[in-house]
Ligand binder design. Structure first.
Ligand SMILES: NC(=O)c1ccc[n+]([C@@H]2O[C@H](COP(=O)([O-])OP(=O)(O)OC[C@H]3O[C@@H](n4cnc5c(N)ncnc54)[C@H](O)[C@@H]3O)[C@@H](O)[C@H]2O)c1
Length: 315
C-alpha cells in the first residue's frame, strides 16, 4: 500500500491548471520532458522505463516494496544486458542508460517529474489511488500524468485528480523496448495540448508510432485482440484442439509470430482476465466474457511466463 504520510508537495490550484492549459497550446514543447517517473516495475513498467532511459531521459521507477523493487530492477538490468549482448546498444550506452535510472518505494520522490507513466496491475481501485497520490506529490503544474492501462476508462483516473486536463492514456505494447506501437487515449477531460505533447513525446523522443483511440475499453488493439484470445481459450477448454495445435494453427496458417495461448501466457492471464472483465462491463457483449478456465487458472496463480506456468511451463 502507498504510504500517504510520506507524501509531499502542494495540491494544485485550479488557476494554475488554466494558465498551463494556455501554455499547452504552444507546439513543440515535448522537449520539456526530461524527468520521467514510472510507477510499477513489472513486465510493462520495466520495459517502459528502459525505453525512456535509452532515449536519454532521467527515469525514476517506483514499486510497492523493497523486494518488488529488487525483482523489477533485476528484470530491467537483465533486459538492458541482453540488448547490449545483441549489439542493440554499446557498452557505453549500457552504462549511461543505467546511470539514468533510479529506484524508490516512495512516490513522494516523484515531486520533480515532468511526466509520470503508471504501469501497475490492471485494477481500477489501485490505479485511482495512485493518481490521487500523484496529484498531490507532482509539483510541476503542467506535468503529464499518464496510465498504461489496457482497459480502464481514463476519465475515471483523470477525475480522481485536480488536473484532469493533464491525464492521458499512453498504452505501450509488450515487450515495450521492441514493439513500435503506442496508443494515445485522451479522456473527455484531456486538453488538446496534453494530447499533442504526448504524441510529440512518444514519436519524436521515444521513436514510437502513435495511434489515437477514444476512451472506450480496449481502445483499438485490445478491442480486436482480447475476443480472439478468449475464443482460443474457449476452444482449448472445450477440447476442440490441443494447445499446440491451436497455436500452430495461427502461427503456420495465418503467419502470426505467436499463437493465442502463447500470447496469453506472455501478456499474463491476470491481465487478460482483467481486461476482459472491463470490456464486458463496458459493452455487455458475450464475446468479451472470460471463459471459466481463465479465471480458474488465475485463481491457481498460473499467470503465464511471469509465474513460470500458464498454458505452458517455463523453466
Ligand atoms: N502485459 C501486457 O502485455 C500489457 C501490455 C500493455 C499494457 N499492459 C498494462 O500494463 C499494466 C501493468 O501490466 P504488467 O503486465 O506490467 O503487470 P505485472 O503484473 O507484470 O506488473 C505489475 C507491477 O505493479 C506493481 N504494483 C502493484 N501495485 C503497485 C503500487 N501501488 N505501486 C507501485 N507498484 C505497484 C506490482 O508489484 C508489479 O510489479 C496493466 O495496466 C496492464 O493492463 C500490459
Amino acid at each position: 500500500m502507498l504510504d500517504r504520510s510520506r507524501l509531499r508537495g502542494p495540491r494544485h490550484a485550479c488557476c494554475q491548471s488554466r494558465e498551463v492549459s494556455e501554455r499547452d497550446d504552444v507546439t513543440g514543447i515535448s522537449g520539456d520532458i526530461a524527468r520521467v517517473g514510472v510507477v510499477g516495475c513489472g513486465q510493462m513498467g520495466a520495459g517502459i522505463a528502459e525505453v525512456c532511459a535509452r532515449s536519454g531521459l532521467e527515469v525514476m521507477v517506483a514499486e510497492t516494496t523493497g523486494e518488488a523493487l529488487e525483482i523489477g530492477r533485476t528484470r530491467l538490468h537483465n533486459s538492458l544486458a541482453k540488448a547490449a549482448e545483441r549489439g542493440k546498444i554499446t557498452a557505453e550506452e549500457l552504462d549511461a542508460t543505467q546511470a539514468r535510472l533510479s529506484f524508490t518505494t516512495d512516490l513522494g520522490e516523484f515531486a520533480d517529474r515532468d511526466l509520470v507513466i503508471e504501469a501497475v496491475v490492471e485494477n481500477e481501485q489501485v490505479k485511482t489511488e495512485i493518481f490521487q497520490v500523484l496529484d498531490q506529490v507532482v509539483t510541476r503544474p503542467d506535468a503529464i500524468l499518464a496510465s498504461n492501462t489496457s482497459s480502464i476508462p481514463l476519465v475515471k483516473l483523470a477525475v480522481a485528480t485536480s488536473r484532469p486536463d493533464h491525464v492521458i492514456g499512453i498504452h505501450f505494447f509488450n515487450p515495450a523496448p521492441v514493439q513500435q506501437l503506442v496508443e494515445l487515449i485522451p479522456a473527455l477531460t484531456t486538453s488538446e495540448g496534453t494530447l499533442s505533447r504526448a504524441q510529440l513525446f512518444t514519436e519524436k523522443v521515444l521513436g514510437k508510432h502513435a495511434i489515437r483511440a477514444q476512451d472506450r475499453s480496449g481502445f483499438v488493439v485490445n478491442a480486436l485482440l482480447i475476443p480472439y484470445l478468449l475464443s482460443a481459450i474457449r476452444m482449448f477448454e472445450s477440447g476442440i484442439a490441443s494447445r499446440e495445435d491451436i497455436d500452430n494453427g495461427m502461427e503456420m496458417g495465418c503467419a502470426h509470430p505467436m499463437g493465442p495461448l502463447k500470447l496469453t501466457d506472455l501478456i499474463g492471464l491476470d491481465t487478460v482476465a482483467s481486461v476482459a472483465y472491463s470490456m464486458y462491463e463496458e459493452y455487455k457483449e458475450p464475446l468479451y466474457a472470460a471463459p471459466p478456465l481463465l479465471q480458474r487458472m488465475v485463481d491457481a496463480g498460473r499467470l503465464g511466463r511471469k509465474t513460470g506456468s500458464g498454458f505452458y511451463s517455463y523453466g
